[in-house]
Design a protein around this ligand. Structure first.
Ligand code: SF4
Length: 397
């Protein structure tokens, strides 16, 4: 078996949810910002068909958790009945508030649409997690978001990055054709192939020569935390609020929606970084809503240390969990001093596949501590969960 056909990653969708430790999980990527009624409708679906938890992922996608085989049938139709459109072609991710970001370098939506439509026939031949990101730059830039192909603004056109490796610069008019050609090349490698493997197999120089691209620019920098107040190009203000652990319960979301209605919010957009952007506010209304949201338990300050904490559903929600991840993470937040923390109920690491400064992983033998690693790495030590706080206090002192 070649390196290009060794991995396969499932990708949950509305019609095909994925089994997790706390039931079935369905993910959706709305094509347009949501109205408050649509968000309220999703919260109701989460409560009626799932375990009442709605999530916004690190990539800005929405997830309903705790679904069952009895509640999944009809879910896509129920979402469609709310007037929420999801991609029908190849799903392309774009930066939030496209077209309204005052610092945006270009509107990524037309290019994303063109790629999505032209790549639609390739979907059955591509790995389920193959991803294309079109980043308009500006306030809500997506730098740092991993993608098989990432397109971003650059001097002299658009810059392409393949699996994190700078690839080349081209005129905007060529971008859709080049991205689709790269996806075709990837599809030809087999239905599990990912771009990192294609680059390793063919070499970035030889790929660049095949498309006649100008020299690459440096890979885009870090993304932008959407939490906080942001002035938009239409004169209104967007309030970005973070969800602790990327989750919100339907009841808490209903309270936020009520407050958002009173404040004059017109739209809500899920944003990369486990956040919701509430749009259409005056500066005064945004400040008022920010205070209310903070009182409801949402994260309204990008400097909140909980923004650096990742925790999966954990015990008791997930049958695989060996730890009460949320309780543990909340206890440890004051000790972090600006470090990232990942608390994972088991080695699967659902909440954060990347490395964190400190990872705590639930194991049969106890709580494993991993420094600068992931829950799948060998822990530096294993301690009883009851002694975790004391151990970490000593280690971080
Ligand atoms: S990482 Fe967490 S949510 Fe995922 S299976 Fe393990 S315990 Fe469950």
């Amino acid at each position: 078996m070649s390196a290009l056909s060794m991995r396969r990653g499932a990708c949950p969708s509305l019609p095909e949810p994925m089994q997790t430790g706390d039931g079935l999980l369905a993910r959706l990527q709305p094509l347009a910002p949501l109205t408050l009624d649509q968000l309220a409708g999703l919260a109701l679906l989460a409560a009626e068909r799932g375990n009442g938890i709605l999530e916004v992922t690190a990539r800005g996608k929405l997830q309903l958790r705790g679904l069952t085989p009895a509640t999944v049938p009809g879910l896509p139709e129920a979402v469609a009945a709310l007037g929420i459109d999801v991609p029908q072609g190849f799903p392309v991710e774009v930066s939030a508030l496209a077209g309204r970001d005052p610092e945006g370098r270009f509107d990524p939506r037309p290019l994303a649409r063109a790629i999505s439509e032209r790549a639609a026939p390739l979907v059955p031949h591509l790995a389920p997690k193959a991803s294309v990101v079109v980043d308009g730059g500006g306030l809500f830039r997506l730098g740092g978001l991993k993608a098989d192909i990432a397109v971003s603004a650059a001097e002299g056109g658009l810059s392409l990055t393949l699996a994190g490796t700078p690839f080349g610069v081209m005129e905007q008019a060529r971008a859709a054709a080049v991205v689709v050609a790269l996806l075709q090349r990837l599809a030809a490698c087999g239905p599990t192939a990912r771009m990192a493997e294609l680059v390793a197999a063919e070499g970035i120089e030889s790929l660049r020569a095949a498309y006649g691209l100008a020299s690459p620019v440096a890979a885009p920098g870090e993304g932008f935390d959407p939490v906080g107040l942001h002035a938009l190009s239409d004169g209104s203000v967007a309030l970005g609020i973070g969800l602790a652990f990327g989750q919100v319960r339907a009841a808490a979301l209903a309270n936020l929606i009520d407050a958002a209605r009173r404040a004059g919010v017109t739209e809500v957009e899920p944003a990369a970084g486990r956040a919701l952007l509430l749009v259409g506010l005056t500066p005064e209304a945004a400040e008022t809503l920010r205070a209310i949201a903070a009182g409801l338990g949402f994260l309204t300050d990008a400097g909140d240390p909980r923004r650096r904490v990742f925790a999966c559903a954990g015990r008791p929600a997930c049958a695989s969990a060996r730890l009460d991840t949320h309780e543990l993470a909340a206890t440890l937040v004051p000790l972090l001093g600006g470090r990232d923390l990942h608390v994972s109920g088991c080695p699967k690491g659902c909440a954060h596949p990347a490395k964190a400064a400190l990872t705590i992983v639930g194991l049969d033998e106890g709580a494993g501590l991993v420094v600068e690693g992931t829950p799948r790495d060998v822990p530096a030590r294993i301690v009883p969960p009851a002694r975790l706080r004391e151990t970490i206090e000593k280690d971080l002192a």
